[in-house]
Every structure is written in structure tokens, then in C-alpha cells.
Write a protein that binds this ligand. Structure first.
Ligand code: M6R
Length: 616
């Protein structure tokens, strides 16, 4: 939940750190800080509560010296509120070393007692300062940073990425990770560390993902990786697949606005190279032979938040196409209920960041229980894919806004590809049917583009409704997860009460919420298909309209049946039922974004949240 960056090289490290923190600020934004060491071993630090801008302003007023070694941190508070004092870095060895941390050190109170008993003192309420003071003590004993760092991390329990510098060893940054991300950027005469590649992609696209329970020491010319016992570890680098400009706002007013507009590309890029001569090709799944895929009896999808709604959408498609039972479960519930798993269960995790702790732990649990695991992930080198048997990457490009948008449509796309692949292998769809579904899928980017053309109308609706205190969202079948997603977007961005319901559930309770003027978004299925739920949803609309609800229908072009009952209609292009979610979600994303903006809120960094939830 925090962003971490480290640098050693010829540049002014402060510039690298602040640039990296700006790109990592999505990970946490309640305080920020830096420590810089120059070649002579002079160390300076600065830290401030508030967004990165507060620190940047402070550094403008009181610049730090030019130093080629540094570490920087942007925080999402866990232990101790978001104050200057609790901001990172924390100091040890009487101010000679600085340390930053992402994660939670679970045994911090017993370590703190041990250190207090030895006469050490603390200035903050954080678990991180305990690691800093402990490192100071170990440094005094060992006399070198690498050994002291190894001795320190071996004492820690929980989840942590730590970076540290010591003024007696200018030109070195040490780092370690357990259950929390850390990536190395390999440069020429300079090296970088970051929570993800966004921290340094401006300078190098060559990266290395640090493994679980590993330590790294970087200097300008060398990168050494060891395990916690100090044994050297071989590492492999990968090329970052996107440019620094992809993680910039460009001319857009917010990252979210930019990312909403990038959805056609996110779907197209996720499809690219995976549909060949009318067939699905997923080379990443080579480790899963056809016999194994035929032998799967059950799929369990695990994910959180928006990613779980992508899983819910895909459940309908995979069950329909591949005739295999799919259950979707929130990762944080999954591993605490002793789920029944075996070698015939395939566990598919979905995560944009690839670092969500709840999902990571659920994947580990599933593997321990003997299940095979596939990760659907958007972030190269992230932990969840590395902990899984295979990964199918979504190619949405970096998603910076806390509210997930383009990753969602890319996740559904990847899951649909997987579902169609399974259907072919299992022989549950004939060639013609497969080709028809693939044709629908490849037409999605163009159709999303058309939905984006409705943005002005949706924006107007949002501006009219800026004072709304509550909004409901209804859908059936694949429209149900879209209703949930619409409500989640509105809660997280506009801070208003919003609920998503399966429309059929209305009469079982939620209809009591309907009162005159209450806005209700209804995702209306196409009327053009056999067994369409359209008539049932239109009845649901009539029921709420009769009780005074203000109905905003998301309906396909030409659907005239909704007109007499809807106060507003937002049109989406014609698509088969399973493909409607990829279109219907877009107006709901835009509505939440516009309402947030109309209320003067921060669209990209909503309160209390962080992009990647790396604590349980
Ligand atoms: O990185 P992940 O996809 O694992 O994140 C899962 C959720 O935390 C995430 O989708 C969250 O719900 C979004 N902020 C919603 O917009």
C-alpha cells in the first residue's frame, strides 16, 4: 500500500526519487518522504504528511543537497496516523541510517519491547521505526550494512519491503522483500529499486523482480541478490512492455479520464496475438496440456473488488461455453473457510496489480491444497503471477487511477479468451460457434469507442445529480455484476451511498428502499435473443417507476420498449448478451467519475484508499 523507490548513480537522486514517487503515488498518498546521501556520507531527510505535493513544496523552500544515493516513500497509513512524525523514512543508529517500508511488521510490539528494554527510544507510532532502530543496533554489532540488514530482516514477521541507506556507506541501497513487491531497474552506471517498474521506467526498461525472502544490494555498477541467509541468488531480467509516457497523464484532466478513454485499446491489446486464424492461442498456458484442461472438474475464481466482478461476469461465459462449474469468491473469504480443493480444481486469480495481499495469500493457500493456479494479471513481474502455475497477462497498460476501469474490461477479455480456449479443448463449442464468439470479442474495442461517444450525455446526468445522496444499480445475469461495479465506482469516487442488486432480488427486500426521486440505474439486456431477460427487467423497471424511482436505463440501440418507463436512456451498441457487460460498464464508470468531479473531489486519489492493497 506504500510506494517505494531507491536510486544509486550519477544523477541527483532527489530528482529520480520525486519522479518515481509521483508515479507511485497511486499506491498511497497520505504522507511522503525522502533520504539522500552524498558521496561524502552526508545524509539529509525530509518528510511531510499530506500528498506528495506538500513534500515537493517543502523541498522547493528548503532544498536538500545533491546526493547520488537515495530512498523515497509515499505512504498509506497502517500503524500510526498520517502525520509528519509517522511519515517515512525512519531513522536508526542515532540518525545515521534511514529506512522505508511497505507492509506490516506483525511482531513489531515484541521487538519494540526488546529494544526499549535495551534503552532505545522511538519517535513515531509506526511498526517501521522498530525495523529502523533494530537495523541500527545490528549495524553497531556487524559494522556493515549488508550483514546488519540480513540480521534485521531475519527477525521480522509479516509483510515487508524495506529499503535502507547508511551514511557510512554512501553509494549503497539495500532492500528486502517478503509478501510485498520489489523490482530492480538495471541501468548503465546507475541502478534503481521500486515497488513497481513505474518508479524507474523513465530511465530503464530492463527490470528484475526480486523473489520472496530475498535481499538486494545496489550500487551504481553492481546488483547483488541473496536469500535471507546471504546465499547468492541468480536472477533474470525482463523488458518493461510499455513506455514511461503510458504512465503519464498527457493532456487529460485525470488519470481516470485517460484510462476510461483507453479501454478500446486495453481490450484490443489483450486480444493481440491471441486470436490466430479464428482460433484462440494462449502460449502462456503451454504448461497446461489439453488433457489436463479436459480433466478439470471445477474452477474457482478468486479476486477482490472490481476484479471479482470481472470474475462474476466470466462465470456466466465460461459455464455457458465450456460447461464447467465456476464459483467466484472474494479472496479474503476464500482461504478462511477451508474450501474443498484438489488437483481437479483450477483456481483462477484476477488482479490488476498482482500484489493484492488477500489474493496472493489465497493463491498460496490454493497451491498448498494441491490446486493448479492461473493468474490473470496486468502487472509484469508482480508477485501473484510468480506464485501461480501460469499467467495470462492483460495488456491494459499501467492503470494509475485508484478506480479500476481499463483493467476491468481487459480482465473480462482475458477470461473470455480463456473460456473459449477451454471450450475448444473440451469440445463443448463447435468451430462455427467459437468463431462467432471470437468475432464478437474482436468487435468490442470498436463498440466501446461508440459508447465513449455517449460520455457527454452521461456527464450531464452526473452534473444534474451532483446533490444526490443515494443511487441504486440493478441488473440481471451478466448485468448483475455490472450493477455491483457501478455501485462500487460511485461509492469509491463520489462518497455517496450506492448499492447494486440483482433485479430479481428487488421484491425480496430492496424495493423498500425505493422512494420518489431515487435515481436507479438499470442495465437492460438486449431483447433480441432467445430466453432474453429483457421482459423481466422491463417489469422490474415498471415496479420501481410505479414507486417514484427516477430510472436511468442502459439499453441497446433501438430498444424502444424501455422508453415509456425510463426517465433517461443511455444507448450501447448491439451485442450478444455475454458481451454487453464490456459496453454497459462504461457509462457507469463515466457517471461516477463525473459526479466525483462535479462534487470537487479527487478523481484519481479518493479518500482512504490506495491502488494496490498489499496488507490484509
Ligand atoms: O489490483 P487488484 O485488481 O487485485 O485490486 C483489487 C481491488 O482492490 C480493486 O479492484 C478495487 O476494488 C478498485 N479500487 C475498484 O475500483
Amino acid at each position: 500500500m506504500c510506494g517505494i523507490v531507491g536510486y544509486v548513480g550519477e544523477r541527483n537522486s532527489l530528482d529520480v526519487l520525486m519522479g518515481g514517487l509521483r508515479r507511485l503515488e497511486y499506491r498511497g498518498y497520505d504522507s511522503a518522504g525522502v533520504a539522500v546521501v552524498d558521496d561524502d556520507g552526508a545524509m539529509e531527510t525530509a518528510k511531510r504528511a499530506g500528498k506528495l505535493k506538500v513534500l515537493a513544496d517543502e523541498l522547493e523552500r528548503n532544498p536538500l543537497h545533491h546526493g547520488g544515493t537515495g530512498i523515497g516513500h509515499t505512504r498509506w497509513a497502517t500503524h500510526g496516523g498520517p502525520t509528519d512524525r509517522n511519515a517515512h523514512p525512519h531513522l536508526g543508529d542515532e540518525g545515521r541510517l534511514a529506512l522505508i517500508h511497505n507492509g506490516i511488521i506483525e511482531n513489531f510490539s515484541e521487538l519494540k519491547e526488546e529494544l526499549l528494554a535495551e534503552g532505545h527510544s522511538f519517535e513515531s507510532e509506526t511498526d517501521t521505526e522498530v525495523a529502523a532502530v533494530l537495523l541500527g543496533r545490528e549495524y553497531r554489532a556487524a559494522g556493515d550494512l549488508r550483514t546488519a540488514f540480513r540480521n534485521t530482516v531475519s527477525r521480522l514477521e509479516g509483510a515487508f519491503t524495506l529499503l535502507a541507506v547508511h551514511r557510512s556507506e554512501p553509494g549503497v541501497v539495500v532492500g528486502a522483500r517478503r509478501n510485498s513487491p520489489l523490482v530492480i531497474g538495471l541501468g548503465e552506471g546507475e541502478n534503481f529499486l521500486g515497488s513497481d517498474v513505474a518508479a524507474f521506467v523513465e530511465y530503464t526498461k530492463s527490470a528484475v523482480a526480486v523473489g520472496q525472502d530475498q535481499i538486494v544490494a545496489i550500487t551504481a555498477d553492481e546488483v547483488v541478490v541473496t536469500d535471507f541467509a546471504g546465499e547468492p541468488v541468480e536472477f533474470e531480467s525482463f523488458e518493461v512492455a510499455w513506455d514511461a509516457s503510458a504512465a503519464e497523464k498527457g493532456g487529460w484532466s485525470s488519470f481516470m479520464r485517460k484510462e476510461v478513454s483507453e479501454q478500446p485499446e486495453a481490450v484490443a491489446n489483450t486480444l493481440r496475438g491471441r486470436v490466430v486464424d479464428g482460433a484462440v492461442v494462449i502460449p502462456e498456458l503451454e504448461g497446461f496440456g489439453d488433457d489436463e484442461l479436459r480433466g478439470i472438474r471445477r474452477i474457482t475464481v478468486i479476486a477482490c473488488g472490481t476484479a471479482s466482478y470481472a470474475g462474476m461476469v466470466a462465470k456466466y461465459a465460461i459455464e455457458q461455453w465450456a460447461r464447467i462449474p465456476v464459483e467466484v469468491e472474494l479472496s479474503h473469504e476464500f482461504r478462511y473457510r477451508e474450501p474443498v480443493l484438489d488437483a481437479d480444481t483450477l483456481v483462477v486469480s484476477i488482479s490488476q496489480s498482482g500484489e493484492t495481499m488477500d489474493t496472493l495469500m489465497a493463491v498460496k493457500y490454493a497451491r498448498e491444497q494441491g490446486a493448479r493456479t492461473i493468474s490473470i494479471c496486468n502487472t509484469q513481474g508482480a508477485t501473484i503471477p510468480r506464485e501461480s502455475d501460469a499467467v495470462v497477462y492483460t495488456h491494459a497498460g499501467p492503470e494509475v487511477a485508484v478506480a479500476s476501469t481499463k483493467a476491468f474490461v481487459a480482465q473480462i477479455t482475458a477470461l473470455y479468451l480463456f473460456g473459449l480456449h477451454l471450450a475448444r479443448v473440451r469440445g463443448t463449442l463447435g468451430e462455427a460457434e467459437l468463431a462467432a464468439q471470437l468475432a464478437e470479442l474482436t468487435a468490442v474495442p470498436e463498440k466501446i469507442e461508440q459508447v465513449l461517444g455517449e460520455a457527454g450525455k452521461v456527464a450531464q446526468l452526473a452534473h444534474w445529480m451532483a446533490d444526490t445522496r443515494s443511487v441504486l444499480f440493478l441488473g440481471r445475469h451478466v448485468g448483475y455484476p455490472i450493477a455491483l461495479e457501478g455501485a462500487l465506482k460511485l461509492k469509491e469516487l463520489a462518497y455517496i451511498h450506492a448499492e447494486g442488486f440483482a433485479a430479481g432480488e428487488l421484491k425480496h427486500g430492496p424495493i423498500a428502499l425505493i422512494e420518489p426521486g431515487l435515481p436507479v440505474f438499470v442495465v437492460v439486456p438486449s431483447p433480441r435473443h432467445d430466453r432474453s431477460l429483457h421482459p423481466k427487467v422491463v417489469s422490474n423497471i415498471q415496479e420501481i417507476r410505479a414507486r417514484g424511482a427516477r430510472v436511468i436505463a442502459i439499453a441497446e440501440a433501438g430498444d424502444a420498449a424501455v422508453l415509456p418507463f425510463a426517465d433517461e436512456v443511455v444507448r450501447i451498441p448491439l451485442a450478444s448478451p455475454l458481451f454487453e457487460p464490456l459496453l454497459a460498464v462504461v457509462p457507469l464508470q463515466i457517471f461516477a467519475m463525473e459526479l466525483s468531479q462535479a462534487k470537487g473531489l479527487d478523481v484519481d486519489q479518493p479518500r482512504n484508499l490506495a491502488k494496490s492493497v498489499t496488507v490484509e
